[in-house]
Design a protein around this ligand. Structure first.
Ligand code: SAH
Length: 276
């Protein structure tokens, strides 16, 4: 059984339930109910990530390094205060391999294994700003319930968690799904639910979503995403153009239907079919 088929837990997830140690009331935890199975390698990876030693002298653990990254993004046009705060809150160095930690705060995509990459901070910022512009029309001003397609190493989902009520993120590569879970456990990030599955069909049990964001680009926006987008919601995704390039597409849904607008040229990994 994949986690995609398991019942969705309530948000937020208390840590002890994520860790599978049961609830305080003594009721069986998610692990005991088979919702989140603790796996020895995953726990080991979480422990390793938590213990990760950042090379001395780099100060990568310091908020200062993140502040400088965000200042460079502001110089390139980032201005949404909530997105700025969210980027400042998440240590990107914890999501990349130790060998790449020196580059964690550069505005560059980095390999995360399995032929995939963590997106450039400026692209993450741009997509989140576009999502937040949609949220500005809602009274809460929050992203609400979010669906992310393409968890990767879990960095963007950690940033999204700062801006949303809750986030569901789907990944089709099992090893990356496990890696992201380890990273998020190490940071004690509990507002996210990770699903192993093919994100092209979205995640119907969590629908409707006020915000949908994709980190991989297909030939078109899948119908399932349009169906699972709430009225008043906004979707941001890279989509292939006729010339074989990609552009960010924004879809807003209201009572009348779906409105589509096309934005920046981008370069994302492909939205693939099936599971690895
Ligand atoms: N947001 C991620 C970016 C990862 S790159 C991060 O912060 O690291 C995009 C991811 O999309 C890859 O991990 C890739 O495996 C995943 N992906 C591609 N097609 C997919 C699909 N159909 N369903 C779910 N994930 C998919």
């Amino acid at each position: 059984m994949t986690s995609a088929q398991r019942p969705a837990p309530k948000f937020p997830l208390p840590l002890e339930r994520i860790a599978g140690s049961g609830t305080r009331s003594g009721a069986p935890g998610l692990a005991a109910r088979g919702v989140l199975r603790p796996q020895a390698p995953m726990q080991q990876a979480a422990a390793d990530a938590a213990r990760r030693v950042v090379p001395s002298g780099l100060g990568l653990d310091s908020i200062e390094v993140r502040r400088r990254m965000v200042q460079r993004l502001q110089a390139k046009g980032l201005h949404d205060a909530a997105v700025i705060a969210a980027l400042l809150a998440v240590p990107r160095d914890r999501f990349v391999d130790t060998a790449l930690v020196n580059q964690a705060y550069e505005d560059t995509s980095l390999p995360i294994g399995h032929g995939q990459t963590i997106s450039k901070p400026s692209i993450v910022a741009r997509m989140l700003e576009l999502l937040m512009q949609g949220a500005a029309t809602r009274r809460s001003g929050s992203l609400g319930r979010v669906l992310e397609v393409g968890t990767g190493c879990g960095y963007q989902v950690a940033v999204l968690a700062q801006l949303a009520r809750d986030v569901i993120s789907i990944e089709r590569v099992r090893a990356l799904h496990d890696k992201a879970r380890a990273h998020l456990l190490a940071l004690r990030e509990m507002r996210v639910r990770l699903v192993y599955g093919d994100g092209r069909i979205g995640h119907a049990p969590g629908a409707p979503y006020q915000s949908i964001i994709a980190a991989a680009g297909g030939d078109a926006v899948p119908q399932a995403w349009l169906d699972q987008l709430a009225s008043g919601g906004r979707l941001v995704a890279p989509v292939a153009t006729q010339g074989g390039r990609q552009q960010l597409v924004v879809v807003d849904r209201d009572e009348q239907g779906w409105q589509r607008s096309v934005h920046d040229a981008v370069h994302f990994v492909p939205l693939k079919v099936g599971l690895d």
